[in-house]
Design a protein around this ligand. Sequence first.
Ligand SMILES: [Zn+2]
Length: 317
Amino acid sequence: MSKRESGRSSFSRDASAFLARPLEKALRLKPLLRPLLRKAAACCATAGLALALLSGARAAPPARDDFPASVPQGSLVIGQVAPGSTVRYAGRALRVTPAGAVVFGIGRDEAGPVRVDVSGRDGRSHPVAIAVRPREWPVERVVGVPPATVEPPPEIAERIRREQARVVAARDRDDARADFLETFVWPVAGRISGRFGNQRVYVANGKDVPKSPHSGMDIAAPQGTPIKAPASGLVTFADADLYLTGGTVLIDHGHGVSSNFLHLSRLDVKVGDRVEQGQVIGAVGKTGRATGPHLHWGLNWFDVRLDPLLLPGIEGT
Ligand SMILES: [Zn+2]
């Protein structure tokens, strides 16, 4: 499955439906085969399909895994497995939706190939390998932020640590909601003014200070521009005044996937609010460590930072 096909549309296919149709037909046409076919229905999809073919029913694709063969670094990956499967990736048991969708993230520095372990209802496990395509990470020099935000004094450094711990805790949830299957939309319209993953060097106190790579995508927009939820979800963090990120909102899209919105001038939501895609959650600002009004949009799978620009519906638009 290509990245572009990994949006909601591909999940209208339900693997069990492929199996059910020929089996139902076979059960009607071949009464003598019924006990055998019923037994097969509890078995794996391939055997079910083989029996359906033997009994003369129309051929249908078997239920099978559907993962992209390769993805770029920083990708949110949505895969499809037979409903009822269990799936493990990076030491975690992934949630599987009733229709068999799973999601996980490939970090900026992941070299790959990565391995996903899928176990069917029959308990048999098999690995799926996904190649990771390396990307270039240009160095970006940022001039004009207040030096105290680049080299904070100890009491400020302590405040930053406390605030970061609250954000990390909010990203740790693993809710059953599958809002991440929506095709994401841009939260504001505007020029991309900072790209995910770029190595950041801040110019402060007359020298270059290397910092962590840029953790999201910056979109330039006028102060006060309304910010829309790019996908539905639950507000799990909302604070108007964090030291580095200013007005900060997190929306949890389920299965560990979350968006964060930074430097807001106004917050229109609070923790616990359910927001629908397109709903206004706040306004663009330049609070925290920012050189001018813009929206920083970050995307996470738990603590793995991802590139929103690679999402189906965002890329190339
Ligand atoms: Zn940013």
